[in-house]
Ligand binder design. Structure first.
Ligand code: AMP
Length: 396
């Protein structure tokens, strides 16, 4: 796997696909710069070698033409400050002005291109558009893990135009190494923790995980489909009726593979979907009519904590309950804490997927787990065992 450590960028213009799709407030200020900060080491390495950098990204979901609110110009002050230099800006990602600015870059200079998705061709993976972009740099670096599961012009197709000059940046390299470490070389016992609202969308992940893990902890809304499959009473809890049969099959398959599936034994239930609802703890398979489970109960927390503490490799995706509501966040917080404690005791932990990442940030634990994935969708597809175009086109 070729990475930016394999070459010296002196005198080269590196065209880097970054994931600068950051949230902005109404004043166009960045409210969470995690993705930009993640790409800084890649940029710094190239500049330190004596190369110059051309950054390209998408931002938001423009309708296929320029929209001021999605302009990458909003990011220039932040990136300039972070790098301690004045970042140049091209108000069109292709065309005469981008070409002139790119070709006149001097070593140590950085140019940011306007939003790639102002062209419909980007998401279509249009070859002619990718070729125009490719003319801007001597070397292509893909460092956008968040879009690596998309075969877009700038994330994949463009790599065709850089024969021996295409590689991964540190974000891509670290993300892939971290997932590979868990999925391919994880020290046992390996525990995967899945939560969130639904099983649908996570079926392929479960199927790919089962042959690899020793323990599968299932929390969140998705546990109730399993509990119902085992004959439990789930009241008004979230249940995917059409997936009850599949949940039963997964339980059966796990048994055959020697994987222990841990489901909640008690649940914190509520009489409505509201933080101020009446609530009580009851056995997870004996939820009264009219009540719904919105978090795992205290006995379950203790049991799950024990499994996590005994693990050497941990993968976490999805909250244990409706953690956005303070009265139902305990399970998610306790599981996040247990993962941090296990990590301190030598386990390797990977956290990924929007809500689990939000949870570790909420509880200030991001630096107490081994790795926090910046790309939710891409990480999940990689865990499902799918090929990521952002990876395969660079390796081709
Ligand atoms: P997902 O996008 O499938 O990972 O689901 C994340 C969402 O699941 C979060 O917004 C949680 O509030 C929600 N969630 C977790 N547990 C439950 C539950 N027991 N009932 C309903 N929603 C839940």
């Amino acid at each position: 796997m070729k990475t930016i450590d394999d070459i010296n960028f002196s005198g080269k213009r590196a065209l880097i696909r970054v994931d600068f799709n950051v949230p902005l407030n109404e004043k166009y200020e960045i409210t969470d710069p995690t993705r930009i900060n993640a790409a800084l080491p890649t940029i710094r390495k190239i500049l330190a070698d004596g190369g110059s950098v051309i950054l390209m990204s998408h931002l938001g979901r423009p309708k296929g033409g320029p929209e001021h609110k999605y302009s990458l110009s909003h990011l220039v002050p932040f990136i300039s400050k972070a790098l301690g230099l004045k970042v140049k800006f091209a108000d069109d990602c292709i065309g005469e002005s981008a070409r002139t600015l790119a070709s006149s870059l001097k070593p140590g200079e950085v140019l940011l291109l306007e939003n790639l998705r102002f062209y419909k061709e980007e998401e279509k993976g249009d070859e002619a558009f990718a070729e125009k972009l490719s003319k801007l740099g001597d070397v292509y670096v893909n460092d956008a893990f968040g879009t690596a599961h998309r075969a877009h012009a700038s994330t994949a197709v463009i790599a065709k135009f850089f024969h021996n000059a295409k590689m991964f940046g540190y974000v891509m390299g670290n993300e892939l190494a971290s997932i590979d470490r868990v999925m391919k070389n994880g020290e046992k016992p390996f525990t995967a923790i899945l939560g969130g609202a639904k099983i649908s969308g996570k079926i392929e992940i479960i199927e790919n995980l089962l042959p690899k893990v020793n323990h599968l902890i299932v929390g969140g809304g998705m546990m109730f489909t399993f509990i119902k499959a085992m004959g439990g009473h789930t009241g008004k809890s979230l249940v995917e009726e059409d997936l009850i049969g599949l949940a039963a099959e997964i339980l059966e398959k796990a048994k055959k593979l020697g994987v222990t599936i841990h489901l909640a034994t008690d649940a914190l239930i509520a009489d409505k979907f509201d933080n101020e609802a009446n609530r009580k703890v009851c056995p997870a398979g004996e939820i009264p009519e009219g009540w719904m489970g919105l978090d795992i109960g205290p006995k379950t927390v203790a049991d799950f904590r024990q499994v996590i503490h005994d693990s050497k490799t941990i993968l976490w995706n999805g909250p244990m309950g409706v953690f956005e509501m303070s009265n139902f966040e305990n399970g998610t917080r306790e599981i996040a804490l247990a993962i941090a404690e296990a990590t301190a005791n030598g386990a390797y932990s990977l956290v990924g997927g929007g809500d689990s990442v939000a949870a570790v940030n909420k509880y200030d634990l991001a630096d107490k787990v081994s790795y926090v994935s910046t790309g939710g969708g891409a990480m999940l597809e990689y865990i499902e065992g799918k090929e990521l175009p952002g990876v395969s086109f660079v390796l081709a």
